[in-house]
Design a binder for this molecule. Structure first.
Ligand code: SF4
Ligand code: SF4
Length: 493
């Protein structure tokens, strides 16, 4: 199949050999699980349990709130011991609303429904079951999958693209799941394709994962699924980039793949879909790569959602030396964190403990206008121009240079010879823009409320004046009638 060129991109050292050959191992059952209510794009889930409740594994503990949200289920059986704030897996380390569960050690499932022929289900039913299972995009985007399926079906998606790129250095959990669970993934892919009535199904996998490609090709034999080896380059696993390489199409700025008849899902999401539809199992665990130069035994582990990250590090035999930086996700797009008590959430693809040698030491120096950052930007932006506008606090000008189209891939920062942390500026500026937009929306809502109140007051005053005028007119008419009657009486006399 013809592949198209990816604009820009970089070749960071993969470091995948640290963990790629290690089979998936299930983490022992933790005693406490900390399950945040916000693990997805959209509104946080609403708890449906109380402190003291006994729950079974897979039981719904928080329900989706509104159209863009996702349900959350108990990762094991036990007792709800707290409903309150707990430290979040986020650079801020600020606490977020969390359900804390104490395991009873039995790991007892709720009754689940196994379906012998999931392909007999109507497409809407597949999407509904995906929503009920709390599945979100496991590639990192954490967008509620059912909503994506429904939007794609309604907009007439033609091609389903499954993302097996996993281009971030160190991460190998998608590689391992494709090698070890390819049959289940292919079934999940076919169910997703049925849910959106896709006519073509492409699976893109970077060519640095030959075993995963072979396993997926074997599992896809005799089906409509085409497995394609793509060149290894960062950020091949980003949604817009995999679309560009496999189809030659570009998603319009500010648009969605569905706008051009495409839907992209991650291969691990397909596995979660298969488990939910065929076996009725909600999303309560995920694969996580534990790696980095400071980790003694880099591993791929299956961890329950809510497991403290420290337990994953311990399971990988701890540190060889103190970690200079801890990262959730990959080193290019992941988030630094400091508190190892933070829980694994649905979007946690990696836990990295990096050494000083791995993160480098160079301090930023002034820009030398080399334009390397422009050459590598996969979106075709001008990072050097955007950063100068952000430094001058001119966010509007940074937006005209494409700030909102930046996918925060970090390629520009990676190549910058002056070691300017460009992507940090962009993330910071986007956060600022989002805050400004929230404030603007709030002000508009307040203005709308004030306008409505003023209008209500004006209407009441108008109605009062009209009523007074009517009363006055009635009084005057009555007086006139009385006067006329008196006049007639006088004339009669
Ligand atoms: S790569 Fe760095 S030094 Fe070169 S133009 Fe961009 S910001 Fe300046
Ligand atoms: S972080 Fe943004 S500006 Fe930098 S290379 Fe990636 S998309 Fe381009």
């Amino acid at each position: 199949m013809k592949l198209f060129d990816l604009r820009g991109g970089v070749h960071p050292e993969g470091k995948k050999d640290l963990s790629a050959q290690r089979r998936i191992r299930a983490l022992p059952l933790p005693q406490f699980l900390y399950v945040p209510l916000q693990q997805h794009i959209g509104a946080p889930a609403t708890p449906v349990v109380h402190v003291g409740d006994q729950v079974l594994k897979g039981q719904l503990i928080a329900t989706a709130q509104g159209a863009v949200s996702s349900a959350i289920h108990a990762p094991t059986s036990g007792t709800v011991i707290a409903l309150g704030d707990f430290v979040a897996p986020h650079p801020s380390g600020l606490p977020v609303p969390t359900i804390t569960l104490q395991s009873d050690g039995a790991d007892k499932w709720i009754d689940t429904e196994t379906i012998d022929d999931p392909f007999a289900l109507p497409p809407e039913d597949i999407a509904a079951r995906v929503g009920a299972a709390g599945i979100v995009g496991l590639g990192g985007a954490t967008f509620p999958s059912a909503l994506k399926l429904n939007l794609s079906r309604n907009s007439g998606v033609q091609t389903l693209i499954m993302n097996g790129g996993e281009c971030e250095p160190y991460l190998t959990c998608d590689d391992r799941i494709m090698r070890e669970r390819a049959v289940e993934i292919v079934e999940g892919i076919l169910l997703i394709a049925r849910a959106v009535a896709a006519k073509e199904i492409l699976v893109g996998i970077e060519d640095n994962k030959p075993e995963a490609i072979a396993a997926m090709q074997e599992a896809a034999q005799g089906t409509a699924v085409k497995v394609i080896a793509m060149p290894s380059m960062y950020p091949m696993g980003s949604e817009k980039q995999i679309i560009q390489v496999l189809t030659g199409f570009e998603v319009p700025a500010g648009g969605r793949p569905a706008d051009i008849g495409l839907l992209v899902h991650n291969v691990a999401t397909a596995y979660a879909v298969q488990q939910a539809i065929r076996f009725g199992r909600p999303l309560i665990s995920r694969l996580v790569t534990v790696s980095g130069g400071a980790i003694k035994t880099p591993s791929n582990v299956e961890a329950l959602i809510g497991t403290p990250v420290q337990e994953l590090i311990d399971f990988a035999d701890g540190y060889t030396q103190p970690a200079a930086r801890l990262v959730l996700g990959g080193p290019m797009m992941g988030q630094q964190f400091t508190h190892t008590g933070v829980p694994v959430v649905k979007g946690t693809s990696g836990v990295l403990a990096l050494t000083q040698a791995e993160i480098g030491q160079a301090a930023p120096s002034p820009c030398i206008r080399c334009s390397t950052c422009i050459r590598v930007c996969p979106v075709g932006l001008m990072p050097v121009e955007m950063v100068s506008r952000i430094r001058a606090s001119d966010l509007a000008a940074a937006v005209t240079f494409g700030l909102k189209d930046c996918i925060a891939c970090g390629s520009c920062s990676y190549v910058c010879p002056a070691h300017i942390p460009l992507v940090h500026y962009f993330n910071y500026a986007k956060g600022d823009l989002a805050a400004q937009e929230r404030t603007k929306l709030k002000q508009e809502a307040t203005k709308k409320l004030a306008d409505a109140r003023n209008e209500r007051i004006a209407r009441i005053e108008r109605e009062r004046a009209e009523a007074a005028a009517r009363r006055k007119a009635a009084r005057e008419a009555k007086e006139r009638a009385k006067a006329e009657a008196a006049k007639v009486a006088e004339e009669v006399v």
